[in-house]
Design a binder for this molecule. Structure first.
Ligand SMILES: C[S@@+](CC[C@H](N)C(=O)[O-])C[C@H]1O[C@@H](n2cnc3c(N)ncnc32)[C@H](O)[C@@H]1O
Length: 243
C-alpha cells in the first residue's frame, strides 16, 4: 500500500468518527471566520469559490453570503453529509462534493477563488493540494491558504508534530511559513496578503475534537506543549493573467 493510500485511510478513519464535533466547532466559529474572510479577501459577491478539504463546510458556509456560489469538496463522505445538514436552512449556494484535494474533480480554471482551510497538515503531499488549487483557479483569480504553521525552530516543530500525531494519527506535518510561501511562488502565484493569528487551545477540548481517548489520550497528553498556543497563517495569492 502506498504512503498516500495509507494516509487517506487514516483521514477516512479519523474524520468519519469525529464529524459531529467538527459541526459544533464550526457553528461556534462561523461568524468570526466570516468576518475574517470579509476583511482579508476582497470579494464582489459574484465569485465562484472552491473550499478544498472542506470537512463539514466551515469555510464554505462562512463564505457563502460573500460569494455567488461555493463548492465544498472533501474525501470523507460522512463529513459531507453533516455539512449538507449544517448548510440547510442557513445558506443556499453551497454544494458538497466528494473528491480528493490532491486530484480535484474539476476542470482547470473553474473557480474565481480556490481555498483550503487547515488541510495541508493532513495530506502526505501538500504541494499537490496547492497545485490543484492553482490548476482550478482562473487566470486573474485568487488562491487562499489557511493553515496552522510550524514553529521556526525545527526541534520545536518536530516536538509539536509528535504531539499532533499522537493526538491524531492523520496529522502529517505542519509546514513553516517559509514553506507555504515557497509553494505559492513555485506555482507562479503572487502573494497579495498574509497574516498570522494566535489560537489559544484547551488541551482536553482539543483531544476531544480528534476523538482521542484511552491510552492514546494519555500518550498525547504526555507530549503536549506546556502552552497550547497555535499560530495560524493566512495567505492570499493571485494567479496572474497571461502577458
Ligand atoms: C482539520 S480538517 C479541516 C476541515 C475544514 N476545512 C475546516 O476548516 O473545518 C482537515 C480536512 O481535510 C480533509 N482531507 C484530508 N485529506 C484530504 C484529501 N486528500 N482530499 C480531500 N479532503 C481531505 C479531511 O477530511 C478534513 O475534512
Amino acid at each position: 500500500m502506498s504512503d498516500d493510500t495509507q494516509q487517506t485511510d487514516r483521514v477516512l478513519e479519523r474524520f468519519a468518527r469525529t464529524g459531529a464535533r467538527m459541526v459544533e466547532r464550526e457553528l461556534g466559529r462561523r461568524e468570526r471566520l466570516r468576518e475574517g474572510l470579509r476583511q482579508f479577501v476582497p470579494l464582489t459577491g459574484e465569485e465562484r469559490v472552491l473550499d478544498s478539504g472542506a470537512g463539514t463546510g466551515a469555510l464554505a458556509i462562512a463564505m457563502a453570503p460573500l460569494a455567488r456560489e461555493v463548492v465544498a469538496v472533501d474525501i470523507v463522505p460522512e463529513l459531507l453529509d453533516l455539512g449538507r445538514q449544517a448548510a440547510a436552512g442557513e445558506v443556499e449556494n453551497v454544494t458538497f462534493v466528494n473528491g480528493d484535494a490532491t486530484a480535484l474533480p474539476f476542470e482547470r480554471e473553474a473557480f474565481d477563488l480556490a481555498a483550503c482551510n487547515r488541510v495541508l497538515h493532513h495530506v502526505a503531499r501538500p504541494e499537490l493540494v496547492v497545485s490543484e488549487l492553482v490548476r482550478v483557479t482562473r487566470m486573474g483569480g485568487r488562491v487562499l491558504v489557511i493553515d496552522q504553521i510550524a514553529p521556526v525552530d525545527p526541534l520545536a516543530a518536530l516536538e509539536l508534530d509528535r504531539f499532533e500525531k499522537a493526538r491524531d494519527p492523520s496529522h502529517t506535518r505542519l509546514l513553516p511559513d517559509i514553506d507555504i510561501r515557497a509553494l505559492v511562488e513555485a506555482n507562479g502565484l503572487v502573494l497579495r496578503a498574509s497574516r498570522q493569528e494566535q489560537e489559544e487551545r484547551d488541551l482536553d477540548s482539543y483531544l476531544d475534537l480528534a476523538g482521542c481517548e484511552g491510552e492514546q489520550r494519555a500518550e498525547a497528553a504526555a507530549v503536549a506543549p506546556a502552552r497550547m498556543l497555535a499560530t495560524v497563517g493566512w495567505y492570499l495569492a493571485a494567479k496572474p493573467l497571461p502577458r
